[in-house]
Ligand binder design. Structure first.
Ligand SMILES: CC(C)(COP(=O)(O)OP(=O)(O)OC[C@H]1O[C@@H](n2cnc3c(N)ncnc32)[C@H](O)[C@@H]1OP(=O)(O)O)[C@@H](O)C(=O)NCCC(=O)NCCS
Length: 160
C-alpha cells in the first residue's frame, strides 16, 4: 500500500482521476477520515467497504479521487431498490471526505458530480444525504450542487 502523503508534501499538480473504490483503498480512506474527524473509524470503514464490495447484494457506487496514485478524497454511497417503502430507485451519499490539505481545489465537487452521473446511469431518480442542521458549510456546498431540502423528514427516537 502506498503511504499517504504528509500534509506539506501535498500539491495538486494535476487534476485528480476519479475511479471506483477498491478494497486496497481502505487504509487511505481511514487516514483521511482520521485527519478530518480526529478519530479512527477503521471498524466502521472495514465493514462498509466489505459490504460495498459484496457483489451479491450491492452496486459499488463509491468513488475515490487519486493524484499520482495517492488517494486524496472519497465519496461513499449506495443504490437502493425499493427499500424504506420508497418505490423509486434512490441513491444515498454516506460520507464525502477530502484530505484537509487539498480542500477547496474542486475535488469533492468532481467526486460528487461523477457520483451523480453514475447514479443517473444506473437509473436512480433521487439522491439523498443527511447533513447536521448546523453544518452550514456542507449545506452551502451541497446547495451549490443543486441539493435541496427533502420532502422526507428524518425522525429519531432516543433510547432511554
Ligand atoms: C465538505 C468537503 C468534502 C468539501 O471538499 P472540497 O474538495 O474542499 O470541496 P470543493 O473544493 O469541491 O468545494 C469547496 C469550495 O471550494 C471552491 N472551489 C471549487 N473548486 C475550486 C478551485 N479549483 N479552486 C478554489 N476553490 C475551489 C468551491 O466553490 C467550494 O465552495 P462552496 O463550498 O462555497 O461551494 C470537505 O470540506 C471535507 O472533507 N470536509 C470534512 C468532512 C465532511 O464534513 N464531510 C461531509 C460529511 S460526510
Amino acid at each position: 500500500m502506498a503511504e499517504q502523503p504528509k500534509a506539506q508534501e501535498v500539491r495538486l499538480a494535476r487534476k485528480p482521476a476519479m475511479r471506483v473504490l477498491k478494497r486496497g483503498d481502505l487504509e487511505a480512506i481511514v487516514e483521511i477520515d482520521r485527519l478530518l474527524f480526529k478519530q479512527s473509524r477503521r471498524d466502521y470503514y472495514e465493514r462498509k467497504v466489505a459490504a460495498m464490495l459484496d457483489a451479491a447484494h450491492n452496486i459499488n457506487a463509491s468513488l475515490v479521487a487519486e493524484v499520482d496514485g495517492r488517494i486524496v478524497g472519497f465519496i461513499m454511497g449506495d443504490v437502493y431498490f425499493g427499500e424504506f417503502g420508497i418505490p423509486e430507485t434512490t441513491g444515498i451519499i454516506d460520507t464525502l471526505g477530502v484530505h484537509p490539505q487539498l480542500q477547496n481545489h474542486g475535488i469533492a465537487s468532481e467526486l460528487l458530480e461523477q457520483f451523480l452521473r453514475n447514479m443517473k446511469a444506473v437509473g436512480v431518480n433521487r439522491v439523498y444525504t443527511l447533513v447536521n442542521w448546523d453544518d452550514f458549510g456542507l449545506e452551502k456546498f451541497l446547495s451549490r450542487h443543486s441539493f435541496v431540502p427533502s420532502k422526507r423528514i428524518n425522525l429519531e427516537y432516543k433510547i432511554p
